[in-house]
Design a protein around this ligand. Structure first.
Ligand SMILES: Cc1cc2nc3c(=O)[nH]c(=O)nc-3n(C[C@H](O)[C@H](O)[C@H](O)COP(=O)(O)OP(=O)(O)OC[C@H]3O[C@@H](n4cnc5c(N)ncnc54)[C@H](O)[C@@H]3O)c2cc1C
Ligand SMILES: C[S@@+](CC[C@H](N)C(=O)[O-])C[C@H]1O[C@@H](n2cnc3c(N)ncnc32)[C@H](O)[C@@H]1O
Length: 678
């Protein structure tokens, strides 16, 4: 086993050049590609071996084509595939390329070693090169038509956590004798689970162990004349003699169905989902009961999206890291007024938090751009976002139509599509795909439609919250705040779009803040519906929470300038959102014993019905990631998050837990009565 850095931070490639100038790895004692030329090898062994240079090429006529690779290395195989795709008039509309890599190279090395004819493509890739951090890193290239998913980490550990259906497999680890773990039978089996039947595979190595491993994993293997002085190369086809039972492959959206969705809810979740689908060419109707977008939990002028470190790189840490990256990808370009990316200062909220943050010092290993310990606390990757303007920007597309004042009361499926009915029982909209992004109301809407036995099968709890906005000049001690702060409360400077909105409202009401362009947002309370705070109580609370930051109070005349905001968060019991398709409970409830023994991915789902709700107090951090994940799941394209993260978000997790709990209780009751009979 080769050494890696502790935690999510990966050791980058220790690239050197051999005496002939070929890139090599001292760690593995091997070169990155044939000495006869990396591009020649890529074309002859990988593209050629998988039929991508045939006429017509293997991908001709496909809507999308997916390549899976072990060992991204210097990306020559990828760049050559991308170039071949560009050159082919019969290319698929989209090329997906998923590559596993444990020691990513530095972008400068990538550019340095790229063959001249691929330089332009390499430059586009290098501009988006991710930090060397474990996890999945989606990169959109060529106007989004080429989607690279870099899976950074040990292939053995990551391959079982991928979800995709590949058409071709490039096997390109360092030589099996020097790096046997890249060719281990278990890894080859894990890769085979990600392939469509009939998928092509290729490799430069013809080592017997690899041939045998591939045959055992369901491939038929042939040896072809080699390239660049090698006698032979390997070509294979995935033709298993057995039928897949437990693992179903993601399927593309059916060509017979229009790519049309109705989304209920125009908060951050609904707007992000609409944007993600519209970007993939869907038409989307968004319905919201409220008079305007961002009205429910999203009704704050702004909020903080931020990475949440953890000592053990837990689910939340991984989700928020992926969330920040997804947010950057989803933000419309050149709209700086919507978002202000700047590290936020995290300081402990209480003694427990202080202990936790001390633990991070020894155990959180991330690049400084993501998390860095400083004297006052932790600086973490973050962005301040203007909620309403962001929702409006996400919904601003010719593919999206928005209808406010439109409440959904019931859903009904007629075998082909869903119809959404209003409270007056009139049909509002119809589509083959529905996404429920209506936060707290989601479980009730499902229960009213007979799709859940009751709202507690997808429980969401209300967490009321209040925050206040104040022109910065009224609080001189905070006016020069260098970055957003989060501790027992938070204070952040409003992005331009949010400040402009407050200023416009002040102008309309002719108040003394009508010329203020610099506003602070101070928050936030956590209240139960049963014990709501008055705006004054909420301000007292939020103001007090800034004690760690300053003992100087705001100027006495601030009260008249204060703006109060209230919203209600929707939180699940485990504080993770619900994102994914809904389980079909009818067959599950008919045989709970059998259902309880199933895994999440084995549960039947309601066709065309998904949720994106329960974002709790992390809607800004997670909305874009959840939308991306949902869109990939609907389209059957590679999932941008690992399957353990997807499972943690799966709305079916509650139903499965309930079914298992019910079965356990029945067994216990039966056992108790038997024991009583003895
Ligand atoms: C005080 C406060 C501060 C916060 N600060 C932050 C922060 O700093 N960072 C962060 O990440 N998160 C923060 N949050 C949380 C974040 O705002 C939420 O997670 C996010 O807004 C949830 O978005 P959503 O789209 O899921 O729900 P919502 O914004 O509640 O949207 C749901 C929408 O569905 C509509 N709807 C409901 N029922 C129906 C129906 N039957 N038919 C049609 N439409 C319907 C509603 O009108 C609403 O517009 C904060 C929340 C509060 C309250
Ligand atoms: C031969 S190079 C790949 C060349 C690459 N396909 C190209 O076109 O440039 C092998 C790569 O496998 C990576 N690798 C080695 N062991 C690995 C492992 N266990 N998991 C993931 N990647 C690994 C190495 O870091 C190296 O980048």
């Amino acid at each position: 086993m080769k050494p890696t850095a502790p935690g999510p931070l990966l050791a980058e490639a220790d690239l050197s050049v051999d005496p002939l100038g070929h890139p090599a790895s001292a760690l593995y004692g091997d070169i990155y590609a044939s000495r006869a030329g990396a591009l020649g090898q890529a074309r002859a062994v990988y593209l050629g071996g998988c039929g991508l240079l045939d006429s017509p090429a293997r991908w001709a006529g496909c809507a999308q084509f997916t390549v899976l690779e072990t060992g991204f290395g210097l990306g020559v195989n990828f760049l050559a595939t991308w170039a071949a795709w560009r050159a082919d008039p019969q290319r698929p509309a989209r090329l997906h390329y998923v590559s596993l890599e444990l020691h990513p190279v530095r972008p400068a090395d990538l550019l340095h070693h790229t063959p001249p004819e691929l330089q332009a493509l390499a430059a586009e890739l290098a501009a988006q090169w991710p930090l060397p951090v474990r996890g999945l890193h989606p990169i959109a290239l060529d106007g989004g038509r080429v989607q690279l998913l870099l899976a950074l980490g040990d292939a053995t550990e990551l391959a079982p956590k991928l979800r995709l259906a590949a058409d071709a497999l490039y096997l390109d680890g360092f030589a099996p004798a020097r790096n046997p773990q890249m060719w281990a039978p278990a890894l080859l089996r894990a890769l085979a689970r990600l392939l469509k039947p009939g998928a092509a595979a290729a490799s430069y190595t013809v080592a017997h162990a690899v041939q045998n491993g591939l045959r055992d994993a369901g491939f038929s293997v042939t040896l072809q004349p080699g390239w660049g002085g090698k006698r032979q190369r390997l070509q294979a086809r995935f033709e298993p003699l057995w039928k897949r039972t437990r693992h179903t492959l993601p399927a593309p959206w059916p060509a017979t169905q229009p790519r049309h969705a109705v989304i209920v809810g125009a908060g951050l979740a609904g707007a992000a989902c609409a944007h993600a689908l519209a970007q993939r060419g869907w038409t989307v109707e968004v319905l919201d009961a409220a008079p305007r977008v961002a009205s429910g939990g999203s009704a704050m002028p702004a909020g903080l999206a931020h990475l949440q470190p953890s000592a053990d790189d837990n689910l939340l840490a991984r989700l928020t890291r992926a969330g920040m990256a997804a947010l950057r990808r989803a933000l419309p370009p050149e709209r700086d007024e919507l978002a202000h990316f700047t590290p936020a200062l995290l300081t402990p909220a209480d003694a427990l938090d202080a202990q936790r943050m001390r633990d991070w010092r020894d155990r959180v290993h991330l690049p400084p751009a993501l998390a860095q310990h400083i004297e006052q606390g932790w600086l973490v990757d973050s962005a301040v976002l203007a909620n309403a303007a962001l929702c409006a920007a996400w919904l601003d597309s010719p593919h999206i139509s928005l209808r406010c004042h439109t409440a959904a009361a019931r859903l009904q499926h007629d075998g082909t599509a869903w119809t959404v009915f209003g409270p007056d029982k009139q049909p509002l909209a119809r589509a083959p795909q529905i996404i429920l992004a209506n936060a707290l109301q989601t479980p009730d809407l499902l229960a009213a439609s007979g799709l859940l036995p009751g709202p507690d099968w997808l429980p969401l709890h209300p967490l009321r919250g209040q925050a206040q906005a104040l022109p910065a000049r009224f609080w001189p001690a905070l006016q020069q705040l260098p970055q957003p702060w989060m501790g027992s409360g938070y204070v952040l400077r409003l992005p331009t779009a949010a400040a402009r909105r407050l200023q416009a409202e002040a102008e309309a009401n002719d108040t003394n803040t009508k010329t203020d362009t610099d506003w602070l947002l101070i928050g936030a309370t956590f209240e139960t519906e049963a014990r709501p705070l008055t705006p004054e109580q909420a301000w007292t609370h939020n103001r007090a929470s800034l004690a760690a930051l300053t003992t100087e109070p705001p100027l006495p005349e601030h009260a008249a300038a204060l703006r109060h905001f209230v919203g209600t968060r929707a939180a699940s019991a485990d504080r993770l959102p619900y994102c994914g398709s809904l389980p079909d409970l009818t067959p599950l409830l008919a045989d709970p014993q059998r259902a309880a023994g199933k895994q999440l991915h084995e549960l039947p789902r309601l066709p065309g019905l998904a949720v994106c709700a329960g974002l709790g107090s992390r809607g800004l951090t997670l909305a874009a990631l959840l939308a991306d994940t949902l869109a990939a799941a609907l389209e059957g394209t590679p999932l941008p998050i690992e399957t353990d993260l997807a499972d943690a978000l799966d709305p079916a997790r509650v139903a499965l837990r309930r079914l298992r709990h019910g079965v356990r209780q029945t067994v216990t009751t039966r056992l108790d009565s038997r024991l009583a009979d003895l």
